[in-house]
Design a protein around this ligand. Structure first.
Ligand code: SAM
Length: 296
């Protein structure tokens, strides 16, 4: 059923020759949408990362379509077969072990191949750990980038970490539990331990937990509490330099004025951020450095 300008219209789903990229839960079965359930029940073939893993969820919704494994190491052989099915007019659903296919799994290759061959691709949206963690974090979400897993090789990892450290947008990372402490130690070296960080553990599951609010605090927590489960990290962006066209001295003078006239330091930073469109975090940092009794 589709809603368009208040009118409900119907489109038959699944349609022949269409690839459906279907979002599945990241832990809580209740998050599988009715549309995804109906699609999975009626589609001709389902491609999934691990047939045993997805079998349980598919049995739960009563899906009986043949399952084909599609994972990183069989992508080259499986891809042409899946495209053939679409060309024969079969409808195909792609699911991953959890969440949205194409986000840190091989889905993107199938989507791109299907489009290149002229097949329609429809995404049935569902949960994604990255977005779920971002919106729960309280870290700015109006500009962000997703980096997924860091490279494992030491040289590539260092290069990557130095880029992440300079990134001014919020960055979302995935990490395995056995590498979490190493990653936190690296982030602490590259970004400083005071950088805002929010870690979401076991999102949507019984033991969902949120740990923050800085790299240092998260590291301290996990040095005591062994990391177990699945983790998504939301890292605050690097502070942008004060706009060079704006005179720092003038900003300091305005801050002093505001504080003399009764604003707290935090209020002064907030007002100036609004007034000049500068980063609030940057102005907080500046206002706390000012010596209001003597010089700067
Ligand atoms: N396609 C998935 C998505 O949409 O989020 C991500 C697949 S990626 C192979 C798996 C990684 O996602 C995990 O190692 C973890 O970092 C993150 N993740 C998945 N489920 C999670 C959960 N329930 N809580 C926290 N992080 C999760």
């Amino acid at each position: 059923m589709y809603f368009k300008k208040g009118i409900v219209s119907k489109r038959i789903e699944p349609a022949p020759g269409v690839l459906y990229v279907v979002g599945t839960p990241i832990g809580n079965l209740g998050d599988l949408s009715p549309r995804a359930q109906s699609l999975l029940k009626n589609v001709s073939i389902i491609a999934c990362e691990d047939t045993r893993h997805s079998g349980q969820m598919l049995r739960h919704v009563g899906a009986t379509a043949p399952l084909l494994s599609f994972y990183e190491h069989n992508t080259n052989t499986r891809l042409p077969q899946l495209i053939d099915f679409l060309s024969q007019g079969k409808s195909l659903a792609l699911i991953s072990d959890a969440g949205l296919p194409g986000i840190s799994d091989p889905g993107e290759k199938l989507v791109s191949a299907a489009r290149n061959e002229g097949h329609e691709v429809i995404c049935i949206p569902g949960p994604c750990a990255a977005i779920t963690a971002l919106v729960a974090s309280g870290i700015p979400s109006h500009r962000f980038c997703f980096e997924g897993f860091l490279p494992a090789k030491s040289n590539e990892r260092k290069k990557f970490l130095s880029l992440v450290a300079k990134e001014t947008r919020t960055t979302i990372l995935y990490e395995a539990p056995h590498r979490l402490i190493q990653l936190l130690e690296e982030l602490s070296v590259f970004c400083g331990e005071d950088r805002p960080l929010h870690i979401s553990r076991e999102l949507t599951k019984r033991h969902e937990q949120h740990i923050g609010a800085t790299i240092g605090e998260a590291l301290e927590y996990f040095l005591i509490n062994k990391p177990i489960g699945e983790f998504t990290l939301v890292l605050g962006g690097a502070l942008e330099e004060i706009n060079p066209q704006k005179n720092k001295e003038e900003l300091i003078a305005e801050m002093k004025d505001l504080v003399r006239n009764g604003s707290s330091r935090s209020e002064a930073a907030k007002k100036l951020a609004l007034r000049h469109g500068e980063s609030r975090r940057l102005l907080y940092a500046l206002v706390h450095k000012i010596d209001f009794d003597g010089g700067n």
